[in-house]
Design a protein around this ligand. Structure first.
Ligand code: C2E
Ligand code: MG
Ligand code: MG
Ligand code: MG
Length: 288
């Protein structure tokens, strides 16, 4: 009986492995099909507002990719970005997201100051990355490149043979801005800050959520804000859900905020309803 039980456990284990492998293969196939077909329908980009902390007005938006399966289910990036990274499909996916995000920024150019787009480590390491960004910018004449922000994470530095600093210098030479995403969660955030020519620090939500009730978090935030200011960088606090935390960020003079309190990621058609009217379409002020 003991032998049978052991055999059974082994069986369960290999079943789990088989399921995991099958899921990964299915994820890859789904992603390939989505990229080969109507990309905009299968891989839409959603937008989450980034606001000025003092006023709550929208100053930018982060582009966040989603996937619709053929069955019509909506998947978040956690379900397909890892497979995309492992298979290299992230290169095509990332280009699609950047192109779509910039196209939307152009459509909203009188209403939305900037768009922020995530870049995975694998994309950054790609030799064609900088020419790809240049090509997308060139497709949009009249676009001020500083209105495009590329978000990178600290893991981009690890285990990469390319010189990330050099790569970022070439990106910045195009005029786009660079943000350090999920700042504070890596193990060498200060090295990162010292060695990377970034313009924006995105303070991870683990430091932001519950900030008002936690003196240690507010000390860390004050220190990061001070550091960023001295390095001529701006700060976005991520994951603001609680009005008390917003108040604390206002008191701390944090330049901008992003979080469910101001808006969840939304499809373009819904996000644009949050934008102010373009100057030209604004109704004339009535004489009082
Ligand atoms: P991220 O870049 O840190 O993006 C912020 C994530 O936090 C988003 O999740 C957003 O929905 C979520 N979030 C925003 N405000 C709040 C809040 O107040 N509370 C909580 N609990 N969560 C909040 P999402 O859209 O699921 O994206 C997850 C991650 O997937 C992103 O984290 C980013 O690393 C990655 N990702 C998304 N789109 C892309 C893409 O186009 N390319 C690449 N390479 N990665 C992407
Ligand atoms: Mg991001
Ligand atoms: Mg982030
Ligand atoms: Mg984050």
């Amino acid at each position: 009986a003991a032998k049978r039980a052991g055999g059974h456990r082994l069986q369960v284990f290999s079943d789990e492995m088989r399921v995991a492998v099958k899921e990964r293969i299915a994820a890859e196939a789904r992603l390939r099909a989505a990229l080969a077909g109507d990309r905009e329908a299968a891989l839409p980009v959603w937008f989450q507002p980034i606001v000025n902390t003092a006023t709550g007005r929208i100053v930018g938006a982060e582009a966040l990719v989603r996937m619709f399966t053929p069955e019509g289910n909506l998947l978040g990036p956690g379900h397909f970005i890892p497979a995309a990274e492992e298979t290299g499909l992230i290169v095509a996916l990332g280009e699609h997201v950047l192109r779509l995000a910039v196209r939307h920024l152009m459509a909203w150019k009188n209403q939305l100051p900037y768009i922020s787009v995530n870049v995975s480590p694998r994309q950054l390491a790609e030799p064609d990355f900088v020419p790809m960004v240049a090509a997308v910018l060139a497709e949009n004449p009249g676009l001020d490149p500083s209105r495009v922000v590329l978000e990178i994470t600290e893991t981009a530095l690890l285990g990469s043979s390319v010189d990330v600093r050099e790569r970022l210098e070439s990106i910045k030479a195009l005029g786009v801005r660079v943000a350090l995403d999920d700042f504070g969660t890596g193990y060498s955030s200060l090295t990162w800050l010292q060695s990377v020519p970034a313009d924006v620090v995105k303070l991870d939500r683990s430091f932001v959520a519950g900030l008002a009730a936690d003196p240690r978090k507010s000390s860390i935030i004050s220190a990061v804000l001070w550091l960023a200011r001295s390095l001529n960088m701006t700060v976005v606090a991520e994951g603001v859900e609680d009005p008390e935390d917003w108040k604390a960020l206002q008191a701390a003079d944090c330049p901008s905020c992003q979080g469910y309190l101001f808006g969840r990621p939304l499809p373009a058609s819904e996000f644009e309803l949050m934008l102010p009217f373009p100057e030209t379409a604004r109704p004339r002020q009535l004489a009082s």
